[in-house]
Design a protein around this ligand. Structure first.
Ligand code: HEM
Length: 279
């Protein structure tokens, strides 16, 4: 229950309840929604209560609120995540080269031809575009580019996720890996579809939240490639680790994304913050 309005509180996945799908996917509403989105991006970036510089003077109020530290940490995380995405994304693009075959262990998946190639190629595109969409500068100065990249990201996510759904049941690592990869693929498709529907309904704050969840799942391609060598470094059994990582690759990412979404929403006043009861 929302404490201020008394209205029942909606869960994130219930956002679509008020949507009217009929007619929403025609060309004119899409163009209108895109225009509204551009205005939203400009307004949001202009009104964001964030420090204008990474290096304000010690006397500036940003130091007292801790916003400077948050901004600096965000930049470090963004740069590190971006570098990982470039490395894993470019590596996966090899799947689009003629004559390239994947690792033998994965190629035993009966669905590998052609779905692994669709999955890795489109996943790489999503991974390479994703970090750019978080850049406030790009959103403010190039909202059109942001939108075009957003559409590319969305198509890549849908294609990679759909191919992931086809690939998962064929994983040679057994039922645990099928469940881990399969649920990630279905949830990633769900997040991408929700992000698209929220944009069409001009609910851009919620659209943004679903895109963050979607990227947390796409980022599994990176975390999986950190967990796997780490497990080998710890001399753990490869197959057992692979099975565990089919979940570990994405569940913690989604938890971090939920914390990030909640914090951002609280800062913008979209969540009710419980205030201590004074005596
Ligand atoms: C939610 C996100 C994802 C899911 C659910 C998923 C699912 C899968 C599945 C089921 C396989 C086959 C595993 C097997 O047969 O044992 C696979 C392999 C693969 N995926 Fe993904 N994937 C995701 C994201 C990505 C992304 C974003 C990329 C892009 C870099 C990617 C690149 C690959 C590659 C290259 C392989 C082949 C294995 C390898 O070369 O390491 N995946 N994925």
């Amino acid at each position: 229950m929302d404490e201020r309005s008394g209205a029942p509180q909606r869960r994130p996945w219930q956002g679509s309840l008020t949507l009217k799908p009929a007619g929403r996917f025609a060309a004119a509403p899409i163009a209108e929604a895109l225009q509204d989105h551009e205005q939203y991006l400009i307004g949001r970036t202009a009104s964001a209560a964030r420090p204008k510089t990474l290096f304000p003077k010690r006397s500036d109020p940003e130091w007292e609120t801790g916003e400077v530290v948050v901004k600096r940490v965000s930049w470090i995380v963004w740069i590190a995540a971006g570098l990982f995405c470039i490395e894993v994304g470019l590596n996966a693009l090899r799947y689009l080269l003629p004559g390239f075959t994947g690792p033998e262990f994965i190629m035993h998946n009966p669905m590998a031809y052609p779905w692994l190639f669709v999955h890795a190629g489109c996943g790489a595109v999503a991974l390479l575009i994703g970090p750019l969409q978080f850049l406030p500068l790009l959103r403010a100065r190039g909202p059109r580019l942001h939108r075009w990249l957003g559409r590319g990201y969305m198509v890549a996510c849908l294609a990679s996720g759909a191919a992931g759904v086809i690939l998962a049941p064929g994983s040679t690592a057994g039922p645990v890996a099928v469940a881990g990869f399969g649920s990630a693929a279905v949830i990633s498709l769900f997040c991408a579809v929700q992000a698209w529907r929220m944009a069409m309904a001009r609910r851009f704050d919620e659209h943004r939240e679903w895109v963050i969840r979607s990227f947390a799942l796409i980022f599994a391609a990176v975390t999986l490639r950190i967990w796997l060598p780490a497990s080998q470094f710890a001399h753990l059994d490869f197959m057992e680790s692979y099975r565990a990582i089919s979940f570990l690759g994405w569940v913690p990412n989604l938890i971090v994304a939920e914390f990030y979404i909640d914090r951002a929403a609280t800062r913008r006043g979209r969540r009710v913050v419980r205030e201590p009861i004074s005596a």
